[in-house]
Design a protein around this ligand. Structure first.
Ligand code: ADP
Length: 624
C-alpha cells in the first residue's frame, strides 16, 4: 500500500485560494460543480460501456447519490461512474493538467458574479468544494479495475494532500465534504433539494437523496429528486421557458441567460434533435486565437454523450451557439476522425446552420431590442460568415445591421431591406462607406453629394467591415458600392430641392496639372470632383484598391498594403480652388496645394506626414 503526502502544484494552490475567496458570495455553486463532475463521469462510463459492457457489471443503474450525516457534519456526493485510477487522481486533482487554469487566473476580474461564470469555463470545478468544506475526502475506483486498486485522496486545501492506494469495492467516486462549522445549512435536506432543483434538474441521470424515514432510528430509502431525463428528447409542448433556461445554465455551467433558443426534432430517413442557444453574453474568448473550437455543441447519439463536436457541426462564424445535437443514426462508437468523414455529419451541420439562421431571423423579426443585443455581442462574428459560408451569404446579409446617414447615432439598426425600401428614384446601387470610426464615416466629405441627393449611405466602422463587405457583391440584385472608391455616378438621381448644386465638375484649365506637379507622387492624379458640395478636397482610391483606412490598418500590422497613391479630387466651386487658380506666386501655390491635400488626408482620418510643416504653412497663409 502506498501512502503519500504531496504538495499541490503552485498554481493549484493559487486557484484554490482564488476560488474560495472570489466565490464565497456564490458558495452554493460547489454542489452544481460536483454534481456536474459526477454526471460527466457517468457519461464517460456509459460511453465506454458501449464497447465494453462488462464495465457495468453488477451495477448497471447509473446514478448520483447525495447524503448527509448530521453527527459527522458531512455531505457526500457519490456516483457509480467511470472513477479514477491512482495516477488519474494525482493528475486530475493535484495538478493542473491544462493550460486553461493559467488563463483562468489571468481572466479573474475580482467581480464575484463574473468569476463564478468563469469557473465552469475553465474547469476548476472540483476545488469549489473547499468553499464550504475544511476537509475533502475523495475515494474512487476506476470502472473495470480490481477492488484492490481503489484510491483515497484527502486534503484540507492548504498546500498539501494525501493519496493512498486502498481497497475499495464500489465503482466510481465518492466525495465527502467535511463542512465548515458555519456551513451547516448544507446538511438540510430541503436546502439541498432546492439547489438541485435550481442547478441540476436537467442532469440526465437520477440524483437520489434519502426521503423521510418511516420509523424512528431507521434510515430512509433513496428517492430520485430530479427530472432525470434528457430535456431535449421531451416534447416541446411539455417544456416551459424556465426549463430551457435552466438547461442552458446546466449546459454552460453558469448563471447566464440565453437570449433565444430553438428546439427541433427531425424524423425521417434520418432522425436527430437539435437544441441550440444564443447566450446573452459572449464568452470571454470569442475572438481569442486559442479558443477551443470543439467546445459549444455537445454531440449525443441515442442519448449517450459522445463528444464536444462544435468543430465538426458548427462553422466558425456561429461559434457563439451553445447546445446539443442528438442523432439516432450515427454509430455510437463514432470517433472524431470518423465523424469528420461521415456522410451524416455534413447533413446535420447544414441543419444546425439553417436552424441557427432561422432562429436569428425570427429574433430580428419578433424582438428588435433583443436582436440589437444579439448584434452588439456577435455582429462582428456573424460578418465573418460572409467570407466563409458562400451558400448562406444572402441569408447572412439579411441579418446585417448598419448605422446609416438616415439614422442618428452609432447604433447599427438599419437592415439592407430597410435600405432598399428607401432607394431614391433611379438609384441602382447600395452605397456604403468604411472608416476607422463612426464619426469619421459619418462626417466624411465623400457623403456630401449623397446628402445633396438624399441618397442613404451605410456607415461601416467595424474593422472587419471592408473585408467582409467585399464578399457581398450584391443584395437583391443591387450592387454594393463603396462611396470612397473609383467613379460614383449619381447623375441620374435628382438633387433634393434647395441642395447647393455644383455648377461644374470641371476644374479651370491647367489647374489639375499645376497641383499635380506641386504635389508630385503624393497623389496619382488630380481632378475635379462630383462628390463634394462643402469641402474643398477629398482623396479617392481606384475602384479595386483597399480603402485608405484599411491600408493604414495593414501597415500598422506590419503588412505591405501594396497600394499606389490616392487620387486628389478638388471641388471646382470651393473658394480654396479659386484661390489656387488665382495664385501666381509659385512658392505660395505650392504651400496652398499642399494644405488642400493635407486637409483631405485629415478629413479622411489619415495622419499627416509632416504635422508641424502643416501648421507652419497654415499660419503663413493665414497671417503671412
Ligand atoms: P473539470 O470537471 O472542469 O475538468 P474539475 O476540477 O472539476 O474540472 O475536475 C478535474 C478532473 O477530475 C475532471 O476532468 C475529471 O477527469 C476528474 N474528476 C472530477 N470529478 C470526478 C468524478 N466524480 N469522477 C471521475 N472523475 C472525476
Amino acid at each position: 500500500m502506498t501512502q503519500e503526502t504531496r504538495a499541490f502544484q503552485a498554481e493549484v494552490q493559487q486557484v484554490l485560494n482564488l476560488v474560495i475567496h472570489s466565490l464565497y458570495s456564490n458558495k452554493e455553486i460547489f454542489l452544481r460543480e460536483l454534481i456536474s463532475n459526477a454526471s460527466d463521469a457517468l457519461d464517460k462510463l456509459r460511453f465506454e460501456a458501449i464497447s465494453q459492457p462488462e464495465l457495468l457489471a453488477g451495477d448497471p443503474a447509473l446514478k448520483i447519490e447525495i447524503e448527509t450525516d448530521e453527527t459527522a457534519k458531512t455531505l457526500t456526493i457519490r456516483d457509480n461512474g467511470i472513477g479514477m485510477g491512482f495516477d488519474e487522481v494525482v493528475e486530475n486533482i493535484g495538478t493542473i493538467a491544462r493550460s486553461g487554469t493559467r488563463k483562468f487566473l489571468e481572466s479573474l476580474s475580482g467581480d464575484a458574479r463574473k468569476d463564478a461564470q468563469l469557473i465552469g469555463q475553465f474547469g476548476v470545478g472540483f476545488y469549489s468544494a473547499f468553499i464550504v468544506a475544511d476537509k475533502v475526502t475523495l475515494t474512487t475506483r476506476r470502472a473495470g479495475a480490481d477492488a484492490s486498486e481503489g484510491v483515497r485522496w484527502e486534503s484540507d486545501g492548504k498546500g498539501e494532500y494525501q493519496v493512498d492506494a486502498i481497497e475499495h469495492a464500489p465503482r466510481g467516486t465518492e466525495i465527502v465534504l467535511h463542512l465548515k462549522p458555519e456551513e451547516a445549512e448544507f446538511l438540510a435536506s430541503w436546502r439541498l433539494r432546492s439547489l438541485i432543483n435550481k442547478f441540476s434538474e436537467h442532469i440526465a441521470f437520477p440524483i437520489r437523496m434519502r426521503g423521510v424515514a418511516e420509523e424512528e432510528g431507521k434510515q430512509a430509502e433513496f428517492e430520485t429528486v430530479n427530472q432525470a431525463s434528457a430535456l431535449w428528447v421531451r416534447p416541446k409542448s411539455e417544456l416551459k421557458d424556465e426549463d430551457y433556461q435552466g438547461f442552458f445554465k446546466h449546459l454552460t455551467h453558469g448563471d447566464g441567460e440565453a437570449l433565444t433558443y430553438t428546439h427541433n426534432r427531425v424524423e425521417g430517413s434520418q432522425s436527430y434533435v437539435t437544441l441550440l442557444y444564443v447566450p446573452a453574453k459572449a464568452p470571454f474568448d470569442l475572438f481569442g486565437a486559442q479558443r477551443d473550437e470543439r467546445h459549444g455543441l455537445k454531440l449525443y447519439v441515442k442519448r449517450v454523450f459522445i463528444m464536444d463536436a462544435a468543430e465538426q457541426l458548427l462553422p466558425s462564424y456561429l461559434r457563439f451557439v451553445r447546445g446539443v445535437v442528438d442523432s439516432d443514426d450515427l454509430p455510437l462508437n463514432v470517433s472524431r476522425e470518423l465523424l469528420q468523414d461521415h456522410k451524416l455529419t455534413q447533413q446535420i451541420r447544414a441543419a444546425v446552420i439553417k436552424r441557427t439562421l432561422d432562429m436569428l431571423e425570427k429574433l430580428a423579426q419578433d424582438d428588435a431590442e433583443k436582436y440589437a443585443k444579439f448584434y452588439e455581442e456577435y455582429g462582428q462574428v456573424l460578418k465573418e460568415g460572409l467570407t466563409e459560408d458562400f451558400a448562406n451569404r444572402e441569408r447572412i446579409a439579411k441579418l446585417l445591421r448598419f448605422a446609416s446617414t438616415s439614422t442618428t447615432g452609432p447604433a447599427p439598426t438599419v437592415s439592407l431591406a430597410d435600405y432598399l425600401a428607401r432607394l431614391r428614384p433611379n438609384q441602382t446601387a447600395i452605397y456604403y462607406i468604411t472608416a476607422e470610426s463612426h464619426l469619421a464615416a459619418r462626417h466624411s466629405p465623400h457623403l456630401e453629394q449623397f446628402a445633396g441627393k438624399g441618397v442613404e449611405v451605410l456607415l461601416a466602422s467595424d474593422r472587419i467591415d471592408e473585408w467582409a463587405l467585399s464578399y457581398v457583391h450584391e443584395f437583391d440584385g443591387k450592387p454594393f458600392v463603396s462611396v470612397a472608391k473609383g467613379d460614383v455616378d449619381l447623375a441620374a438621381i435628382d438633387d433634393l430641392p434647395g441642395a447647393n448644386k455644383p455648377e461644374s465638375v470641371e476644374l479651370p484649365e491647367g489647374l489639375a496639372d499645376r497641383v499635380k506637379s506641386a504635389l508630385g507622387d503624393k497623389v496619382k492624379a488630380v481632378r475635379g470632383s462630383s462628390r463634394l458640395r462643402d469641402s474643398a478636397a477629398v482623396l479617392v482610391v481606384d475602384k479595386h484598391e483597399l480603402s485608405l483606412h484599411t491600408q493604414r490598418l495593414l501597415k500598422q500590422a506590419g503588412q505591405a498594403a501594396g497600394a499606389g497613391a490616392p487620387n486628389l479630387e478638388l471641388n471646382p466651386s470651393h473658394p480654396l480652388t479659386l484661390r489656387l487658380q488665382n495664385e501666381t506666386d509659385e512658392q505660395r501655390f505650392g504651400d496652398l496645394a499642399r494644405l488642400v491635400f493635407e486637409q483631405a488626408v485629415l478629413s479622411e482620418g489619415g495622419q499627416l506626414e509632416d504635422p508641424s510643416g502643416f501648421v507652419r504653412r497654415l499660419n503663413t497663409l493665414m497671417f503671412g
